[in-house]
Design a protein around this ligand. Structure first.
Ligand SMILES: [Zn+2]
Length: 141
């Protein structure tokens, strides 16, 4: 497969070796490296080598490969850094906080009291509201 690339994409430049990174591992479809703006020590990224911006457009087998790479990094984080927990986080679109429009999964070690929030406020909703959205989503599957 010829991988799609975008000239001004920072992750495509890392894949091409035009920007250095603290590489953790690499295979045919993915690369993993340290996040240079970490939210916690050990924050790493699992990245598709090809430029697909978001989860709705990336081929399923490439997404699976990125998930497998994220799992390998998470295992190493858990074994070597022994955090209290690990979040895997993947954002799609600026409204979700995606800063680089090239699909990636964050591997984020967690520590007690790290005060890292995902801006998540559960709210009470009526069953009818959930059911209405459920119908809309099912129509898209
Ligand atoms: Zn890219």
């Amino acid at each position: 497969m010829t991988l799609p690339a975008v000239a001004d994409c920072v992750f495509c430049k890392i894949v091409a070796g035009q920007i250095p990174c603290f590489k953790l591992l690499e295979d045919d479809a993915t690369i993993a490296f340290m996040d240079i703006n970490p939210v916690n020590p050990g924050h790493a990224l699992a990245v598709a080598k090809g430029h697909w911006p978001t989860v709705d457009v990336i081929p399923a087998e490439v997404l699976a490969a990125v998930a497998t790479t994220a799992q390998r990094i998470a295992k190493a984080v858990m074994a070597k850094l022994r955090p209290d927990g690990v979040n895997l986080m993947q954002a799609n679109g600026p409204g979700a906080g995606q800063s680089v429009p090239h699909l990636h999964i964050h591997i984020i070690p967690r520590r007690p009291g790290d005060d890292l929030l995902f801006n998540w406020q559960p709210r009470a909703v009526e069953r009818a509201e959930i059911e209405a959205v459920w119908h809309r989503l099912k129509a898209g599957l």
